[in-house]
Design a binder for this molecule. Structure first.
Ligand code: PLP
Length: 400
């Protein structure tokens, strides 16, 4: 049966403490126990339904986790203070000294920096590969490999991972396939394609308001329990805990995600087609010119489209900066990093979100100076937006 992530979210029913339609916010960092024995049992992990301390879990965080697990089709989920909190906890839970990770080379700059500069300090090594070349991915696996890591749609180059084939590879070698699905919530459901762990930066489309950072790890009960373990759980011990007030507000925003994603995708598809027709080098998974268009089509939950992210290459950083400044001046969006906002956001990844990646490696992976990454907004009149962007392109010499 077709997986329906938005139905799964819709079907959750909440009764607040006083019968409210939203769950009450748990405004406590610590919880009482009626008996000392129950407190002991809870620390041992043997008192289901009891809360001990909000770094471990809290009702508000569990509600949000439940909704995200429903969306991704996992047994459960653990929310965290940021996307990086989710990524670092997951990888440090699975890997220890001497272990090895095979990672896509085009990933968010922060994740790249973590794997390139931080984890080697604790003797975890990473091979960065072209994730679209399965033979190269397989060759990079060695006897110490524990994880294949990638983004379903990569930041910023919008490379698409063939999750089904990667899952088969992970299974063959007994590895965990960890997917960052931040760019394609609802559109791609990695668990149904064989992934073991799905991560999101909630900061982006899922919250959609650019008012907070947040993250989530969706996976099996066993893995999430291990992350929360008081003795050796990375979420519990590294402490990237989400605050209950935030969990409550993200849960409310998440209920409109299905409507927003359709609009983001519709607008991005419209602009991508226009930009390409205008002769701009345009990358969007929904364009037939995208090298992984067919792979995306095979994986996607069709009604949500190909997502809200696109890139164009305008030839030079100077031109990119001039265009972005003018577009902001004309109120067509913000010159800002991040994504998933109601207004369009644009930035030049080479000098911002991917600046952690050395210039030489940026070149190798095709991250050029003139690349502009767009997170397309929810504009009601995208034709008008296009006309106005085109005027900016002409004024800045990006288009003739
Ligand atoms: N994953 C992707 C694909 C991202 O784009 C980002 C942030 O830009 C992150 C993870 C990190 O998330 P956060 O900023 O919430 O820590």
């Amino acid at each position: 049966m077709e997986f329906k992530p938005a139905n799964n979210i819709q079907d959750l029913q909440y009764f607040g403490e006083f019968g409210g339609v939203n769950p009450s916010i748990s405004d406590s960092s610590t919880y009482t126990f009626l008996s000392a024995k129950t407190m002991f049992d809870t620390f041992e992990g043997n008192a289901d339904g009891c809360y001990l301390y909000s770094r471990h879990s809290s009702p508000s965080n569990l509600y949000l986790g439940e909704a995200l697990a429903a969306m991704e089709g996992t047994e459960t989920a653990n929310v965290s203070a940021s996307g990086m909190g989710a990524i670092t906890s997951t990888l440090l839970q699975i890997c220890g000294a001497g272990d090895h990770i095979v990672s896509s080379r085009t990933i968010y700059g922060g994740t790249y920096a973590f794997l390139k500069n931080f984890t080697p300090k604790i003797n975890i090594e990473t091979s960065f590969v072209d994730i679209t070349k399965l033979d190269i991915v397989e060759k990079a696996i060695n006897k110490n490999t524990k994880v294949i890591y990638c983004e379903s749609v990569s930041n910023p180059l919008l490379e698409v991972s063939d999750i089904k084939s990667l899952a088969a590879l992970a299974k063959k070698y007994g590895l965990k396939l960890v997917i960052d699905n931040t760019f394609s919530p609802l559109s791609i459901s990695p668990i149904t394609l064989g992934a073991d762990v799905v991560i999101h930066s909630l900061t982006k489309f899922i919250n959609g308001s650019s008012d907070t950072v947040g993250g989530v790890i969706c996976s099996s009960q066993e893995f999430i329990d291990s992350l929360r373990n008081v003795n050796d759980g990375a979420c519990m011990l590294l402490g990237a805990t989400m605050d209950s007030f935030r969990a409550s507000s993200i849960l409310k925003n998440m209920r409109t995600l299905h409507i927003r994603m359709k609009q983001h995708s519709k607008n991005a598809a419209f602009l991508a087609e226009k930009f390409e027709a205008d002769g701009l080098k345009t990358v969007y998974p929904g364009l037939t010119s995208h090298p992984s268009h067919e792979v995306y089509k095979m994986m996607m939950n069709k009604e949500y489209g190909f997502g809200g992210m696109l890139t164009i290459d305008v030839g030079s950083l100077t031109k990119a900066n001039a265009l972005m400044e003018l577009m902001q001046h004309e109120n067509l969006g913000y010159l800002a990093v991040s994504l998933g906002f109601y207004k369009t956001l644009f930035s030049a990844p080479g000098t911002s979100t991917s600046s952690e990646i050395p210039e030489k490696e940026q070149k190798e992976m095709g991250l050029t100076d003139g690349l502009i990454r767009f997170s397309i907004g929810l504009d009601n009149d995208i034709k008008r937006t296009y006309m106005l962007i085109k005027e900016c392109m002409i004024k800045t010499g990006v288009l003739k």
